[in-house]
Design a binder for this molecule. Structure first.
Ligand code: ARG
Length: 418
């Protein structure tokens, strides 16, 4: 009997999939449940898999790897999809796919399987990640294949003694990990409807947040967050703690219309308190430590990076090449950023860095000023030269007084030389 390695969440879809894969494909099912910081009871999930007929049920604590190798990479790249979504779900898929592939190799499986539907991005991420890591492995997506209605799926489950949650199922489809929580479906499918209170789990409403602001100092080492208020923390703890802290102040709610890779526009609601704070703090530190040209180019990279992650191309050579660029920029991004959290807002109010490019004696308007004001004149003459020439040509060669040349001897001299 061949084997298939199934990504198992413990929910109805993947529970049905254990039984269905054995029935339809006559494959032995090995399940993998990865903990990426989603607070699930992995011991109970593991037992459930075995009860449903899995021959082996593995549980992997992947929190540190997820935070350090996926979320913080995206953070250093400033990767945010369509300017809003910090990519929480998108970043976890390539990691889970890698764990599936590794397990498949270990147990000698011929296929991996996941519980994604045929309408979302996640199927693309699992399938393409697997193609990149193990092109010979087959991917089975039971939910995409069986294409049942909810009722048909429940009927199948009841017939085979698969436990169907008795409580009325939450109307939402929820995915969560350290980097954020995504909520879809139910009333959210009406883009005009404000998200009801029961959508939120990690953030309090800004209306109910404490009246007093709270400050937090995030320490970065070469672009990677390493401490909160001076306390050095491992990546997964730092993110978990910041989720709690910023969530208490109602920070990190996102409500957006998003373009899925498969062409559908969908209404998505996210909670990402830690990601929101860290992205803002990191960006601000980069603003202080990176030269203007690097910042401008890096912004282009950020957009492409976010798309690659969103589109399931994490293991594509381009993502690795972009990471090499990003890493090359981060050496100087070390320092501390002070963030103020208050009633849904998160504002950087202070920053310091040993390699700061901010120079007081260049920036100040006070007595300590060392900037050469006279040099500005010549600089502007050359910088403005193309505009001046254009204006002169537009006016048919007449020396229009509005060009302001008469007041700028330096500009005149340069104009003549040309
Ligand atoms: N739209 C997001 C993405 O494609 C989140 C999807 C998460 N899934 C869910 N069932 N809520 O990355």
């Amino acid at each position: 009997m061949g084997k298939v390695v199934l990504a198992y969440s413990g929910g109805l879809d993947t529970s049905v999939a254990i039984v269905w894969l054995r029935e339809q494909y006559r494959l032995e099912v090995v399940t993998v449940t990865a903990d990426v910081g989603d607070h699930k009871d992995v011991a109970a999930i593991r037992q459930k898999a075995l009860d449903l007929g899995a021959s082996e049920a593995l549980v992997v604590d992947a929190r540190r790897e997820f935070a350090a190798g996926y979320a913080f990479r995206a953070l250093r790249a400033q990767a945010v999809y369509q300017g809003r979504y910090p990519l929480s779900a998108a970043l976890s898929r390539p990691l889970i796919a890698r764990l599936l592939v590794e397990t498949a190799r270990k147990v000698g499986a011929e296929a991996i399987a996941h519980g994604c539907t045929g309408k979302g991005n996640d199927q693309v991420r699992f399938d393409v990640a697997t193609a990149a890591l193990a092109p010979d492995l087959r991917v089975i997506a039971p939910v995409r294949e069986w294409a049942w209605s909810r009722e048909e799926e429940i009927e199948y489950a009841l017939e085979r003694g698969i436990p169907v949650p008795a409580t009325k199922k939450s109307p939402y489809s929820i995915d969560q990990n350290l980097w954020g929580r995504s909520v879809e479906c139910g009333v959210l499918e009406d883009p005009w409807a404000e998200p009801p209170d029961d959508v939120w789990a990690w953030t309090c409403s800004p209306d109910d947040a404490p009246a007093e602001p709270e400050y937090v100092e995030v320490g970065f080492d070469a672009g990677t967050p390493v401490s909160l208020d001076g306390r050095v923390l491992p990546p997964e703890e730092l993110v978990a703690e910041l989720n709690r802290l910023a969530g208490r102040h109602g920070v990190g709610r996102i409500d957006m219309i998003e373009d899925r890779l498969v062409g559908i526009k969908s209404r998505e609601v996210y909670e990402a308190p830690a990601a929101t704070v860290l992205l803002q703090a990191h960006r601000e530190l980069e603003g202080m430590c990176l030269p203007r040209e690097t910042l401008a180019f890096k912004a282009l990279v950020a957009d492409r990076y976010a798309e690659l992650a969103y589109f399931g191309l994490w293991y594509a050579p381009l993502r690795e090449a972009l990471d090499a660029f990003v890493d090359a920029t981060q050496a100087a991004v070390t320092g501390v950023v002070r963030v103020k959290l208050h009633r849904g807002s998160c504002q950087v109010v202070g920053r310091k860095a040993p390699k700061s490019l901010y120079q007081f004696d260049l920036a100040t308007y006070d007595r300590g000023d060392r900037f050469d004001h006279r040099a500005a004149e010549g600089f502007i003459a050359l910088f403005g030269l193309p505009t001046r020439v254009w204006a002169q040509v537009q006016r048919g060669g007449t020396d229009a007084p509005s060009a302001g040349k008469s007041r700028q001897p330096a500009g005149k001299a340069v104009g003549r030389a040309v």
